[in-house]
Structure formats: C-alpha cells, structure tokens
Write a protein that binds this ligand. Structure first.
Ligand SMILES: C=C(O[C@@H]1C=C(C(=O)O)C=C[C@H]1O)C(=O)O
Length: 363
C-alpha cells in the first residue's frame, strides 16, 4: 500500500468513528433534556427548578477519569466530557455566571474550566458585585478567587461571606502562569503594571530583572494588559489570554517565582449542593475570647479524625481584636461523620456560619 492509500484507510476509520461519537453525543443530549423534563415534572408548585447539579457533574467527571485507559490522559478526557456536559446542560437551562472581570482575567478562565464554554459569562468590576449579581438572581452563579499558593488569601472574598446569604457550591483550581508583555518590545520599560497578587507572585523575578523599575498595582491583570497596550513605555504582567486580547508581545514567559503557582476559586450560588462522595465543607466560626477557645473549636475535628484543608483568620465584625476563623475541611455536612462535629462546634463557638458543602475540584 502507498502512503496515500494507508492514510485514506485510516481517515475513513476516523470518519466512521466520528459519526458514531456524534450520534452518541446527540443521544446523550436527548437524555439530558429528558432529565430536565423529569426535574420539572416533580418540582413543587412555584418551586424554582434546579437543573445544574454540581455533585452529579463531579461524579460524571470522576467516572470518566477512573475508567479511562488512554492513550488520552485522564485530564484531557475529562476536559472533553466537561464540554459535552456543558452543552447538554445548556439545552436544559443556559446558565448565567458572574465573574471577577474584566474580560481576560484568570477568574474568567476558572469559570470556563468549571462550567465549560456553553455558559454565558458576565464580567463584574469587583468581588462585591459578583456576590450582588448572584444574590439578586441576575446570575445563577458567581466565580471569585479565594487563595493563591504563593500570595495567600484573597481577603475581599472571605469578608464578603460575613454579610452574604450565598453558599459555596464548588471550587476550581488553576495553575497560574505569568508573562511579561509589551506593545513594543524595542522601547525601554519605564513601569510595570499588574494586579498586586501577581506582582507578589513574581517579586523575586522582578527584583532580579527589573530592580529599579516602578511597579504599579491595578485592579486586574487584564486592566494591566489594556494599559500596556496603550502606553509604549509600559509593560504588563498577565496571562496568555490577556496577551491575546490586547495583542501584546510576550517578552518573558512563566516568570512566576514558584513553578507550582496555583489559585483556588470558589463558585458561589443560592442553592445547597448534595453530597458527591468526595466533598469539602467551608465554615466560619468565631471563638469566645477565653483561654483554650480556639482549641475547643478545633478539638471536634481532631476527635473525629477529620482533615482540615485550610484555616484562615480574619478580623471579626463583632468588635476590635475579635477574630473569625474560616475553616475548610474534608467531608459533606450531610455525612454521618461530619454531622456531630458541626453540632459540637455550634455549642462551643461564639458565632458559627456554614458556608457550603461542595465537590472537591476534579479538574
Ligand atoms: C443531566 C442532568 O442535568 C445536568 C447535566 C448533566 C450532564 O450532562 O451529565 C449533569 C448534571 C446536571 O448539571 C442530571 O442532573 O443528571
């Protein structure tokens, strides 16, 4: 057989497989539409039907990864199914998702990573606006950054939970790569724009390569890229999406000080999420101002052998030098092992608020 004949044979095989895949995807979409009809049929009168089910989506993705035999890597396969589910859900209900903008931010990337491309993403100027959009019902869900592995907590996000009725219904992590980008790489650099978090994540690289150059913190990396696109003497530190959006030249790629630089984002919504089998719970507690108070808060976790994934301290709203602890731990509030722990916490804590139980990030 000639090269052309061999290729022709293989391409015919691919065409035939594609036809089957396409047929099956449409069959899947029909099932998803039927699921919507069933959800509607059993909804109580006046009840808002909830089509999006984060726990089920997490299970679908975990199953895809568990049964995958390659040669495609588990994560690539799961990403394909992420998109298929996203399109299927859009047939049931097109979701509106508010994210911390502007266009081109890592938060937007996180929103797409979590929900897929079939959702309508709406850019917001602040974390408070994301919360407001979801609280008012203008958006179904919101996406906000909560912590970075290099720079730590995003305080605005944690503080938003003090006064909000929203719940955490998901988390998503994103590896963050920063690039130094310019409109005109020939011009000398007079100033470098970025978000304060990103300047912090590239501090050592900047000290080494641009020690005397002014660093200016802006509201977002995308805004930094936009400014750099207008000013020839300026550079921006931002991600690839922002470079594309503002047509900047990447002069130095991956300049983050730590190669594993990762940001965790929260999905906030108005509905509680059922257990997916592998979940996390976020709560906020404040301890009484007395000896051993924090110990009392942490003891129930230790007794039950529950692993805390994070503890963060913030000034409480109840008075000067009072503190609130934001605690994340493994398990769902409905789990047999978690229920008594939460009951005990409510007894010992001065203040207690459950922020949500949600599937651990899959992708
Ligand atoms: C089909 C369903 O509805 C939605 C679509 C899903 C899918 O395409 O697999 C999964 C969960 C829901 O977000 C369902 O609840 O099973």
């Amino acid at each position: 057989m000639s090269e052309a004949q061999e290729l022709e044979q293989l391409r015919q095989a691919i065409d035939s497989i594609d036809r089957q895949i396409q047929e099956l995807i449409n069959q899947r979409a029909c099932c998803a539409r039927q699921v919507a009809e069933v959800k509607e049929k059993y909804a109580a009168l006046g009840e808002t039907v909830v089509f999006y089910r984060p726990e089920r989506e997490a299970q679908v993705l975990r199953n895809v990864m568990a049964r995958n035999t390659g040669p495609l890597p588990n994560e690539s396969m799961a990403r394909l199914f992420r998109e298929i589910m996203s399109q299927c859900l859009a047939l049931e209900e097109p979701l509106n998702v508010a994210f911390l903008g502007p266009e081109g931010t890592f938060t937007q990337q996180a929103a797409v990573k979590h929900f897929g491309h079939a959702v309508c993403c709406h850019s917001q100027v602040s974390i408070a606006d994301v919360f407001r959009e979801v609280e008012s019902g203008a958006a179904n869900f919101g996406v906000v950054p909560v912590e970075n592995s290099t720079e730590g907590v995003v305080t605005h996000t944690l503080d938003s939970f003090f006064d909000s009725s929203l719940q955490v219904c998901g988390e998503v992590t994103l590896r963050i790569h920063h690039h130094l980008m310019r409109k005109d790489p020939e011009q000398p650099i007079e100033r470098i724009y970025s978000h304060a978090q990103s300047l912090g994540q590239c501090r050592r690289w900047l000290d080494q390569h641009y020690p005397g150059i002014e660093r200016i913190a802006l509201s977002s990396n995308a805004e930094a890229a936009r400014r750099a696109s207008l000013e020839p003497g300026s550079a921006a530190i931002a991600g690839e999406v922002a470079a594309d959006l503002y047509q900047l030249v990447v002069c130095n790629a991956n300049i983050e000080d730590r190669p594993d630089n990762t940001t965790r984002f929260l999905i906030v919504g108005r509905q509680a999420t059922l257990s997916s089998g592998e979940d996390k719970t976020s709560i906020m507690v404040s301890s009484r101002n007395q000896p051993g108070a924090l110990y009392q808060v942490l003891e129930p976790f230790h007794q039950a052998g529950i692993s805390l994934t994070r503890i963060e301290t913030r000034p409480a709203r109840t008075g000067t030098w009072n503190y609130a602890f934001f605690i994340d731990f493994e398990g769902h509030c409905d789990d047999e092992s978690i229920r008594p722990v939460l009951a005990q916490l409510q007894l010992v804590a001065a203040d207690y608020k459950w922020l949500g139980s949600y599937p651990k990030a899959v992708l």
